[in-house]
Design a protein around this ligand. Structure first.
Ligand SMILES: [Zn+2]
Length: 302
C-alpha cells in the first residue's frame, strides 16, 4: 500500500467494514444470489494481484472467463453462483510477469484488453506524455481536462508534447502478446487503437478505433477477438452500434455493479468493479465484494 492520507483513511474504513462483519454478510448474500463479481485491474504489482486471487480462492469463489460469460448470456451455460470474472485494461508490459504468470500458476482465467498502437509502435500511453509534460512544467492542462475535449484537439496537444518529451515503451510487445496467448487461461479483447475517449471522437474516428483494433489483434493472434472494454468506461449508443456492426459479442464499461441474471443480457454495457493498485488489500476486499461502492464518501465511476 502506498502510504498517503487517502489510502490510510480508506484502510481504516475497510478494516472497520471487515471487522463489523459487513463484508461477511455481503459475501453470504452474494453466495445465495445469482451474481457474478466482475473486477478489473490495470497494472497491479504481482503482490497485489496475487493477494486478491488468493483471497478470492480462500472464499471459494469460482473463476469464469469472458468466453464463459458469452455462453452464459447465450443460455449455453447456467448462470453460476459465487463466480468471479477478471479483466485487465490497457495491455501494460508489466502484466506479463505480474498477471499472466500468476493467472497461469493459479489456473485462473483472465482477459487482457489491449490498446494496439502502443503495442505496435512502442510509444507510451498518451496520458503518460501528459503526466511527464506536467511534471516538467511544459504543459499545464490535466489528463482529466484532455478527456473532456474533442479527440482532434486532444491529439493536437499530445503530438505537440511528443516533440518535447521522450518516453520508453510501456505496453506489451507483439511477440509478448503472442507468447502469453499460448496459455489457455489468457484471452484477449480490444481496448481500441489509441485509447481515446470514444464519445469525444467523430464517427470516423470512433469506428476506426473499434474496427481496426479488432483487425490488428486478429491478424496478430490468428484468432477471433470478440470482447471489448471502453477506454475510461465512456461510450454512447453509437459505440454500441459500431461494436455490433464489427462483430463483437460483449463489451465492458466501468459502472461499479454486480453482473446479474438481468444485466448480463445487456452484453455491450457490462459493469465492473475497479481494483486499485496502490491501496490496501482490505480496501480491495471491499471493492471486490462490492461493499466499497455503498460508501458515498468516495467518488465512484459511472
Ligand atoms: Zn484503459
Amino acid at each position: 500500500m502506498k502510504i498517503n492520507f487517502r489510502n490510510s483513511v480508506s484502510y481504516l474504513i475497510a478494516i472497520l467494514y471487515i471487522k463489523l462483519g459487513v463484508v461477511k454478510r455481503r459475501q453470504k448474500k452474494n453466495f445465495n444470489e445469482h451474481i457474478i463479481l466482475s473486477i478489473y485491474f490495470h497494472k497491479p504489482s504481482k503482490k497485489i494481484f496475487e493477494s486478491c486471487l488468493f483471497w478470492l480462492k480462500r472464499q471459494n469463489y469460482s473463476f469464469i472467463s469472458v468466453n464463459d460469460l458469452i455462453e452464459i448470456s447465450n443460455g449455453q451455460q447456467a448462470f453460476p453462483k459465487a463466480a468471479v470474472l477478471i479483466t485487465i485494461d490497457d495491455g501494460w508490459e508489466t502484466n506479463k510477469n505480474n498477471i499472466v504468470e500468476v493467472a497461469n500458476a493459479l489456473k485462473v482465467p483472465v482477459t487482457l484488453f489491449i490498446t494496439t498502437n502502443p503495442m505496435e509502435t512502442g510509444e507510451a500511453f498518451w496520458w503518460s506524455y501528459v503526466k511527464e509534460a506536467n511534471r516538467l512544467g511544459i504543459f499545464s492542462n490535466s489528463i482529466e481536462y484532455l478527456k473532456t475535449i474533442p479527440n482532434r484537439e486532444r491529439l493536437k496537444y499530445i503530438n505537440e508534447i511528443k516533440l518535447k518529451v521522450n518516453l520508453g515503451r510501456e505496453a506489451l510487445t507483439k511477440n509478448e502478446l503472442i507468447d502469453i496467448t499460448n496459455s489457455k487461461y489468457i484471452s484477449i479483447g480490444s481496448h481500441t487503437v489509441n485509447h481515446p475517449i470514444l464519445p469525444m471522437c467523430n464517427d470516423d474516428e470512433s469506428l476506426f478505433e473499434i474496427k481496426d483494433s479488432k483487425n490488428i489483434l486478429e491478424n496478430i493472434l490468428h484468432a477471433k477477438v470478440e470482447s471489448f472494454a471502453y477506454p475510461n468506461g465512456d461510450f454512447s449508443l453509437r459505440e454500441i452500434n459500431f461494436l455490433k456492426k464489427c462483430g463483437y459479442k460483449i463489451a465492458f464499461g466501468t459502472a461499479p455493479k454486480y453482473l446479474t441474471i438481468t444485466n448480463i443480457y445487456d452484453s455491450f454495457t457490462l459493469p465492473r468493479f475497479e481494483i486499485l493498485e496502490k491501496c490496501s488489500l482490505a480496501e480491495n476486499i471491499c471493492r471486490m465484494t462490492g461493499v466499497w461502492y455503498d460508501i458515498k464518501l468516495f467518488k465512484h465511476n459511472k
